[in-house]
Ligand binder design. Structure first.
Ligand SMILES: [Zn+2]
Length: 441
């Protein structure tokens, strides 16, 4: 087995030489001592180039990458301090292996880089390396700045102008606050992340990103509930607004199907209660009890129906389909809303703008004529968004890349776990969105 004693450490650094090597008894700690070999006569003042004298001597402890697993490896470097004979300036000899601004070596910094590139969390890296949290974060910040900068330059060289964007919000701090994010749907780059989700918060995007950079945007996918559309119209008048199907569908599921389903369920529950009470008064009528029981069953069935109603009917199992059919047969309002949901799916499949426009118009007319309060309300709220809904036929885009994007946010949350610094977190998200980041040549 490889043992620390078998390893000869030879550090070769300009102006330094190894003066000693020690391990502790347990052999889990090793230290290399480096002394400065530079002669004072060879050093001149960094300020005025005149002669200097040695003024002080310190020992700098640097953490290095271990040679053997589960050992800590430190390098103790002699650092000489000089003073100028003429201008009195004092300065240190630079240590070439020291990673700037930290107490670790370049080798250790590269080790951290490698681990960060594999999306290891800061906490994990700290456990593996024993290096301080702040140092790891400093290295990480530098990697991110560098990579984002390189990516921006690469895009600039290519004459990049984004054409198709998506804007959406996401929750931070366990849903206590929100951030808004703009993504290029073609390249996958996150162009901007900012705190908050209000119109004012999103306006910052147009301050941070120049109008020239956005001059070729032709379409922007978004949630119609947010107020992003006003700003897109204001700052990118040529861009078409496309309302995202997933937001639209999930809203319909919540505000229409959900409301109508619970409404029907409540009716059955009330009816059942009423029947049970009348049964208590007149125990001779067994059929009342039977009826009350069946009302109660209907209630339970409806309560369980949440997912089958929302799911694409093609993905339902035979049993679920049968179950759904039974319920819909007995509940007219729910059946109407369900059919309207299926129609939304169909409308989002259209590829002809005029057809989509006509289709959505018919959909809104039917919804408003339904007399189902939740459906009427939904239709009157959304009707003014008609062009953005039909625009999907031309630009078949959605914020659906979000699926992948949300995973990146999850990764970012895991990597930076415990941090409450939003700017750091937003940078991490941008960094993770850079395509080909983890592809090695
Ligand atoms: Zn000087």
């Amino acid at each position: 087995m490889l043992n620390l004693d078998n390893i000869k450490v030879e550090y070769e650094i300009q102006d330094f030489q190894c003066s000693g090597y020690e391990t502790n008894e347990e052999k889990d700690k090793a230290v290399v001592f480096l002394e400065c070999t530079r002669k004072t006569e060879e050093v001149c003042c960094c300020n005025c180039c005149n002669e200097v004298y040695q003024h002080d001597c310190n020992y700098i402890n640097l953490t290095d990458m271990p040679i053997v697993y589960k050992t800590s490896f430190k390098v103790v470097v002699e650092q000489l301090r000089y003073r100028c004979k003429i201008c009195n300036k004092t300065f240190n000899v630079e240590i070439p292996i020291q990673y700037p601004g930290t107490r670790i070596t370049y080798r250790a910094a590269n080790w951290i880089r490698g681990l960060l590139k594999e999306n290891c969390s800061i906490r994990t890296i700290q456990r593996i390396t024993g290096i301080h949290w702040d140092t790891i974060r400093k290295v990480q910040n530098e990697i991110m700045d560098e990579t984002i900068w390189e990516r921006e330059n690469e895009l600039k060289r290519q004459g990049y102008h984004p054409k198709i964007l998506a804007v959406d919000e996401f929750a931070i701090h366990k849903g206590h606050s929100y951030a808004t994010c703009v993504m290029d749907l073609e390249t996958g780059d996150v162009l901007w992340v900012g705190k908050g989700r209000s119109q004012k918060d999103f306006e910052q995007f147009f301050k941070d990103v120049s109008s020239d950079a956005l001059s070729e945007v032709i379409a922007v996918a978004m949630d119609m509930n947010a107020s992003y559309n006003n700003l897109v119209t204001k700052y990118m008048p040529k861009a078409e607004i496309v309302y995202d199907r997933f937001h639209m569908q999930s809203q319909f599921g919540r505000d229409v199907l959900g409301v109508v389903r619970l409404d029907e369920a409540r009716k059955h529950k009330a009816k059942s209660k009423e029947l049970y009470e009348s049964f208590e008064e007149d125990k001779s009528k067994r059929e009342i009890k039977q009826e009350a029981k069946s009302e109660r069953q209907q209630y339970t069935k409806l309560k369980k129906l949440r997912w089958p109603l929302l799911m694409n009917s093609e993905n339902l199992k035979e049993q679920q389909n049968k179950y759904l059919d039974e319920i819909l047969r007995d509940h007219n309002d729910l059946a109407v809303c369900y059919a309207m949901k299926e129609e939304i799916c169909h409308l989002y499949e259209l590829t002809d703008y005029q057809q989509a426009l006509d289709g959505w118009t018919r959909w809104f007319d039917a919804a408003k004529a339904s007399n189902i309060p939740a459906l009427v309300k939904f239709a009157s709220q959304k009707e003014k968004r008609l062009p953005g809904l039909a625009a999907h036929a031309i630009f078949r885009i959605s914020t659906g890349k979000l699926e992948g994007f949300n995973n990146k946010i999850k990764v970012a949350k895991r990597i930076g776990y415990g941090y409450r610094d939003d700017m750091y977190f937003f940078k991490l998200i941008r960094y993770l969105s850079i395509p080909h980041l983890h592809e090695f040549p």
